[in-house]
Design a protein around this ligand. Structure first.
Ligand SMILES: NC(=O)c1ccc[n+]([C@@H]2O[C@H](COP(=O)([O-])OP(=O)(O)OC[C@H]3O[C@@H](n4cnc5c(N)ncnc54)[C@H](OP(=O)(O)O)[C@@H]3O)[C@@H](O)[C@H]2O)c1
Length: 381
């Protein structure tokens, strides 16, 4: 039995991870769960999976849980998140949206727990720190993002020999506005932007998919995970999300990983890695999934993709500033304080105000992330 701890168990990735665990209940045991505000779902999960360790965001919810589950070790807040991440396990699934789990991820790596990484913001902000740390401690970082899980499977045959890679090709669905007239993008509402054509995801990643920032964050994530320079990473729009990503090798051939757009597949791969197990999820029908089409992304209408490439190349804290500003801008857009197209300008203005610095520590990056968010919040107070 493998012991699993899930940070973000009440979210889209967290609940689907529990679906996979339930399907393979003879292989996995839930050792720990952590949630933000959704105490009712967490309570249900604790009753079902009976984890030893549980963390919740607020102290008041912690006291409620303490009365109901006197035999469970309970934590709360960011200190609690760090404590639960310190508990060793066979896979620490990091599925909290945003940068909340930066410190917890570092603690998990230092404790030696393999990391199942859904949260791309963590690598975007501190990939230069986490990847060498994981390598030094011999801790695997297994991607849960479908594109990166696809690339990992395409690379399975070449091991560490990245010289055989000519290009990583990330596919993007294009989001709900792939075919929208760019002159109408300013009037898009959060309700429109939350309707993703292929995936049912949390609200932040849904907006990131609509702006193509999600793909930009994934480019930076891929750079760190696979040690491939930015000029060897491409993005193509593939509206049906059947091809999850591809690798072009130096001999000019391509490997693609395909399947239905269902996050349980990449989640299962991280859990069962490196094996593939039979499961009951619906299989892909090649004769009814439609044509496999690929298009160039429109970086004029969706400038955040190019910005992410540029900030990744700049390095240092540039991706951290961009990511923090994006998180704030997305939340302002969701609360209808700014327009869809203002997400870009909000990020650009943060990048102008905060100096790009290199060789920062994790604490410096956490401080930078907090400062950028506080500044933007203050501006729109
Ligand atoms: N959803 C997908 O299909 C998908 C695919 C690939 C990658 N990802 C990545 O996976 C991550 C999670 O995405 P998601 O779609 O699952 O997000 P989500 O549905 O919004 O869930 C986020 C999770 O984080 C928890 N959380 C939020 N703020 C917290 C805080 N301050 N302290 C502790 N916990 C907190 C939430 O708890 P409560 O709900 O209890 O408040 C919830 O469990 C993101 O980085 C995303 O980019 C997602």
């Amino acid at each position: 039995m493998k012991d699993i701890i899930i940070l973000g168990s009440t979210g889209s990735i967290g609940t689907q991870t529990l679906d996979v665990i339930r399907e393979f209940s003879d292989q996995f045991r839930v050792k720990g769960l952590s949630a933000g505000r959704n105490i009712s779902l967490l309570r249900e999960q604790v009753r079902t999976y009976q984890p030893e360790f549980v963390c919740i965001q607020t102290e008041s919810d912690y006291h409620l849980l303490k009365e109901e589950f006197p035999n469970t070790t309970l934590f709360f807040g960011s200190a609690g998140l760090n404590e639960i991440a310190q508990v060793t396990c066979d896979l620490l699934v990091v599925a909290i949206v945003g940068t909340t789990a930066l410190k917890a991820t570092e603690i998990g790596i230092k404790s030696g727990s393999p990391i199942g990484l859904a949260c791309k913001e963590v690598l975007v902000t501190a990939g230069d720190i986490f990847m060498p740390l994981a390598k030094e401690r011999n801790v695997p970082i297994l991607p849960i993002d479908s594109e990166h899980a696809a690339i990992k499977q395409c690379l399975a045959g070449i091991g560490e020999d990245t010289k055989q890679i000519s290009k990583l090709i990330l596919t993007a669905s294009g989001g709900p506005f792939f075919k929208t007239d760019p002159s109408l993008l300013h009037s898009i509402t959060p309700e429109d932007a939350l309707k993703h054509p292929n995936w049912d995801m949390g609200s932040k990643i849904s907006i990131d998919s609509a702006t193509l920032m999600n793909k930009g964050l994934e480019v930076i994530e891929a750079h760190h995970l696979f040690s491939v320079p930015y000029d060897q990473i491409d993005v193509v729009v593939h509206p049906t999300s059947i091809v999850h990503s591809m690798v072009e090798f130096t001999d000019g051939t391509l490997l693609a990983q395909m399947g239905s757009p269902d996050m349980r597949f990449p989640i299962q791969y991280a859990l069962s890695y490196p094996k593939k197990w039979e499961n009951p999820w619906p299989k892909t029908s090649l004769t009814s999934c439609g044509a496999l089409e690929f298009f160039e992304p429109n970086i004029t209408a969706f400038p955040l993709l190019k910005l992410a490439f540029d900030m990744g190349i700049q390095g240092g804290n540039a991706p951290a500033i961009m990511n923090a500003a994006n998180e704030s801008a997305v939340s302002l857009f969701l609360s209808k304080k700014i327009r869809f197209t203002d997400i870009h300008t909000t990020i650009l203005s943060a990048l102008e105000r905060f100096p790009i610095q290199h060789n920062l520590s994790l604490d410096d990056l956490i401080h930078c992330d907090k400062e950028v968010k506080e500044k933007i919040l203050y501006d729109y107070h």
